[in-house]
Design a protein around this ligand. Structure first.
Ligand code: UD1
Length: 327
């Protein structure tokens, strides 16, 4: 039986992908270097290979050995401010590693590729809702490193027997409704993760990075999408590619912007008490507002979100955080 290769499958989103694939009877091989991933999140039925996506010989061998038919590529670095101070790390871990992986796919005849791209490719969009054809003008090395990978995929798909879907994630949050995995990265920087840690008393206070953005309450606005809805989009993308669909790019978000203060209020509702917050300067590389127009995903792949409710998202993040503390 052929298998799906999930790179970064020990990470937050990748581990949710493993479970979704295993749940529907697929064979899963995870490649992860455990730089930020957690071995215990991978899922017992997945085959695990510890190693680097950039290691072309390793990847070629495992494609042959496991008869890899499709690659879902999550592995990479994802923290916007870190990319500003360590740009070459982001070009290595994201752009160069992806180049090696795509090359291994071409050499070994893997035809289907699903790529974790990002809303950060849009930079500071001049529109309130971002569609796929909004100009891509990234303002940080993270967004550029991912956009370059999109370009490599586009050019490769024109030249070879190879098709891809790039999914541009907005802000991913929440945890597996069955409680099998969740955001566990040490020193995570995500707002909802950090707010959950503060709510449980594991961190003394939550910083609000920037209160002078040109947004309704002055704090950053993002489109928070539940990780399970995001994973559903990956399954649809994979099925479309297998069914012969052409290469494509989709935004993944709900089309609803929430400010940092609105997220704090939601976490306070879920926790049942106030959070200690501190107003702090803006972080480097942060755009004021990013909200998805995901009409294309709904119409083309028939994506139907199930968890589009900030209280549901925040409660699931908090539940996972409690579980982490208990283990
Ligand atoms: C996130 C993703 C990034 C993706 C982008 C798309 C992570 C680590 N990064 O970046 O890969 O491209 O969404 O939109 O998941 N904030 C605070 N206090 C905190 C943490 C964050 O005020 O302690 C604010 C930020 O300044 C920002 C918002 O909350 O306005 C969201 O920040 P964060 O969760 O770090 O995600 P992004 O930087 O948007």
């Amino acid at each position: 039986m052929s298998a799906i290769l999930v790179t970064g499958g020990a990470g937050y989103i990748g581990s949710h992908m493993n479970y979704a694939l295993l749940d529907r009877g697929e064979r899963v091989v995870v490649l992860d270097n455990l730089s930020t991933g957690v071995r215990g999140l991978i899922g017992a039925e997945a085959e695990f290979v510890e190693g680097d996506v950039a290691d072309r010989d390793l990847v070629r061998n495992l494609i042959r050995k496991h008869r890899i038919e499709a690659v879902i590529h999550f592995a990479g670095s994802i923290v916007v401010p870190e990319s500003v101070t360590k740009p070459l790390l982001y070009y290595a871990n994201n752009t160069m590693a992806s180049r090696a992986l795509i090359e291994a796919c071409i050499e070994e005849g893997v035809q289907h590729f699903v790529f974790s791209s990002t809303a950060a490719v849009y930079g500071i969009p001049g529109v309130s809702m971002v569609s796929e054809d909004t100009p891509k003008e990234p303002i940080n090395p993270y967004g550029r490193s991912k956009l370059m990978t999109e370009w490599m995929l586009e050019d490769t798909a024109k030249a070879h027997d190879f098709r891809y879907v790039a999914l541009r994630y907005f802000n991913v949050a929440g945890a597996d409704p069955k409680g099998r995995t969740g955001q566990s990265t040490p020193r995570a920087t995500h707002l909802i993760k950090r707010a959950a840690q503060v709510a449980l008393g594991r961190e003394p206070y939550l910083d609000i990075f920037g209160t002078d953005f040109p947004t309704p309450d002055g704090t950053g606005v993002r489109d928070y999408i539940h990780v399970s809805d995001l994973i559903a989009a990956h399954l649809l993308a994979l099925d479309a590619l297998r069914g012969g669909a052409g290469s494509d790019v989709f935004n993944c978000g709900y089309g609803r912007g929430l400010s940092v203060r609105e997220i704090v209020a939601a976490v306070e509702r879920a926790a049942g008490h106030k959070l200690p917050v501190r107003e702090a300067p803006r972080r480097a590389g942060d755009p004021p507002m990013l909200v998805a127009d995901s009409t294309k995903l709904k119409l083309t792949l028939n994506w139907q979100p199930r968890y589009d409710d900030v209280d549901v998202i925040v409660r699931s993040a908090l539940e996972w955080e409690r579980k982490l503390g208990a283990s």
